[in-house]
Design a protein around this ligand. Structure first.
Ligand SMILES: NC(=O)c1ccc[n+]([C@@H]2O[C@H](COP(=O)([O-])OP(=O)(O)OC[C@H]3O[C@@H](n4cnc5c(N)ncnc54)[C@H](O)[C@@H]3O)[C@@H](O)[C@H]2O)c1
Length: 342
């Protein structure tokens, strides 16, 4: 089996590549290494060393290419059995500063991958990682404010946000990711492509190269361990349902295996209500676990920052038998270990 992973040098992609290579599959990573900070190259080095591969071996290939270039992508995905399309500009803040670049990578780049697959790998299974940001700021969902967190107070959402919630993306990132999300679903209807869409919430874990703008769990852990100040945008009571990368990889594998049931479907993939945590709660937990005193200050809310987002993962459980297994406490402890070992 040949697996092609676009954005495969990044956080999710390199974890997926590690799992696939461990299972003896051939993996071709396509990445333009444009992630800000430039550190994703370390993930490729790690994979190369672990699997003892040269840059161009049969099992593990790396091609430095951009999904924004249709012809490049078409030649790279030829013959693929499975394509995981993860390449993206991933920060909301960056999308607001440079919406054209965001659109080119996330909307046009994703269209290129889909269309190239239709032309050059028409039997491949394609999985696209969309985002909870397609639901926007959930303005009509009642929330209540508690001491350390916001909560949904509308009983309809006691399990979180399900896939039938109206889409209303805010921010260029939300829009560009949703454009691709819609194309992936429609290519199944129109052309019979085999597509799966995951609307992911906050993922964290090993090999994440966090920045202040993206990858907040890893960023906070890193700052606290280093005794550095954290800027909390807003009041810190924002809630996210964090999902550990091992659970993400498991979800991807299971959904791919069950393509007959998952084909053409959208799934909300997150930690669910049990793994919901606010920024303030995370800071406190990490301080306690590490014995360090977190230093933080508050700044204005960021645009398009949801006060509460929790995924209802019931459809994923029902359709392909997946649910998160790693609790937030265990996952954060693993994150602390990993960040400490760098
Ligand atoms: N990490 C999260 O919490 C989260 C949440 C929701 C959705 N997602 C989505 O999941 C996917 C993977 O996220 P991640 O956390 O691994 O991000 P990441 O930034 O670590 O990885 C993305 C990779 O894509 C590459 N890339 C960017 N533009 C490219 C281009 N034009 N051509 C080829 N490669 C390009 C980057 O260099 C990077 O290695 C993204 O599509 C993202 O939008 C992530």
């Amino acid at each position: 089996m040949l697996y092609v992973i676009t954005g495969g040098a990044g956080f999710v992609g390199s974890n997926l590549a590690e799992r696939l290579l461990s299972e003896g599959h051939s993996v071709r990573v396509i990445d333009d290494l444009s992630r800000p900070g430039g550190k994703v190259i370390e993930n490729l080095e790690y994979l190369r060393q672990k699997f003892d591969s040269k840059v161009k071996s049969k099992e593990f290939e790396f091609e430095k290419k951009s999904v924004a270039n249709f012809n490049d992508i078409k030649s790279s995905i030829k013959g693929a059995d499975v394509i995981y399309h993860l390449a993206a500009q991933t920060a909301v803040t960056t999308s607001i500063k440079n919406p054209a670049k965001d659109f080119s990578t996330n909307a046009i780049g994703s269209f290129n991958v889909l269309e190239a697959a239709r032309q050059a790998a028409d039997n491949a299974t394609l999985l696209y990682t969309s985002t909870n940001k397609v639901y926007g700021n959930l303005p009509n969902v009642a929330i209540s404010e508690k001491q350390t967190r916001y909560e949904f107070s509308d009983a309809r959402y006691k399990e979180g946000i399900a896939e039938d919630f109206p889409v209303d993306p805010e921010s260029p990132y939300g829009c560009s990711k949703y454009a691709a999300d819609a194309y992936f679903v429609d290519y199944q209807r129109t052309y019979g492509s085999k597509t799966i869409v995951f609307r992911c919430s906050c993922m964290y874990g090993e090999m994440q190269k966090s920045l202040e703008d993206q990858g907040w769990v890893s960023w906070f852990v890193n700052r606290i361990l280093g005794g550095k100040k954290i800027t909390v945008f807003g009041d810190g009571k924002q809630i996210r349902d964090i999902l550990h990368i091992k659970d993400v990889v498991e979800a991807v594998m299971k959904a791919t295996d069950k393509i007959n049931s998952t084909n053409g479907h959208v799934f909300n993939i997150g930690g669910g209500k049990e793994n919901s945590i606010s920024l303030l709660e995370l800071i406190k937990f990490v301080g306690k676990e590490t014995g360090k005193k977190p230093v933080y200050e508050f700044a204005d809310w960021r645009l398009a920052d949801q006060k509460v987002y929790i995924s209802d993962t019931g459809k994923a459980k029902k359709t392909f038998g997946w649910q998160p297994e790693i609790s937030k406490a265990e996952g954060i402890r693993r994150q602390i270990l990993w960040e400490s070992s760098k």
